[in-house]
Design a protein around this ligand. Sequence first.
Ligand code: ATP
Ligand code: MG
Length: 381
Amino acid sequence: MGKILGIIGGGQLGMMLTEAAKRMPEEISKVIVLDPTKNCPATQVGAEQIISDFKDAKSIHELAQKSDIITYEIESGNSDVLKSVQGMAEVSPSPESLRIIQDKLLQKRFLSENQIPISEFIQVDSINDLAQGLAKFGYPALLKARRDAYDGRGNFKINSSKDVQEAFDYFNGQNLMLEKFVQFKKEVSVIVGRNTKGQIKTFPLVENIHENNILRETIAPARVSEEISNQAEEIAKKTITVLKGAGVFGIEMFVTFENDILVNEIAPRVHNSGHHTLQSSETSQFDQHLRAILGLELGGVKLLHPTVMFNILGPKDFEGEYMPIKISEENVFLKMYGKKISKPLRKLGHLNVVGNPGESIDYLLQKLESLKEKVRVIPST
Ligand code: ATP
Ligand code: MG
């Protein structure tokens, strides 16, 4: 008999996990997501839904009662409640890892204690702490909300002493931390999975291009030396080794101009920079996550085709319904997330441009440029 999978969050990641679950009907018979938005993306591919806030204790209990295994697609779940329902359903990755990761300050302390290279940071509880941190790190520096941030929405870059008060006020009393700004050459990431039996596999290193703190493109494989990609994979393995729990983790890193690698942050879940694996790799990150939490042998992680992934984001100046996006091109795979309403910089879908043997990354990037107009989000009238 297949197991019932509960997922905290039913957005695009929950949607693609649900689709992966449907590819293994013997192992998973049903998916239930907990999400506050009615008709969230995961329900559109067959998941049942409990409509509720991600952190609501009663609803998490209900989900645990109905499920055999619980996982999550977002970091902002309630780790205490998830811990308390572990007797009712298996929770993967472990709520303890979630508790550490969901607070950026605890996460950075944890990484530092485990000798994983990161940028310097301090806790900020007052404007005085902030001033002290800036005196230590210099400008620019990044002030970050410790919790509930995503797509860079919890970051404020402080460029000079003129920005200090505005930055502090911007967060309106939230718990904060300050980080030294890393002058990086590239941003890269590794998707690493561990199953319940301890088997670990890392997908090859990819390169991420952000604009305004939000991921725009992923290039697989990363255009870096073999030495750097090996080093990054080692860091990812070390990171997952010190963290508890089964599942797939996204490890975001910076490569500096001195070729040092610093971890930016860990996502205890499938990750946007792993969407290329849907078409490029032996196993997709979504299948791998399910294999990991079910205790199955992990799938192969070989990159079969170089691939460029492009995020389709809502235009900055528009909120509302938009024209359907369709594209029909060889080796181009469009995935829309079924979100009816576009909002500024909201992730509405992605495009994977998959390479044939012999096609270079430069060629794929050019091809992507020629396709961007076709996947532009246009308001419907
Ligand atoms: P996401 O949901 O996209 O992972 P987030 O809201 O959790 O984002 P971070 O990952 O902390 O935020 O930061 C978003 C982006 O801001 C990073 O990918 C990077 O481009 C930039 N950034 C974050 N920290 C630093 C830093 N210390 N130095 C330089 N750039 C940084
Ligand atoms: Mg990040």
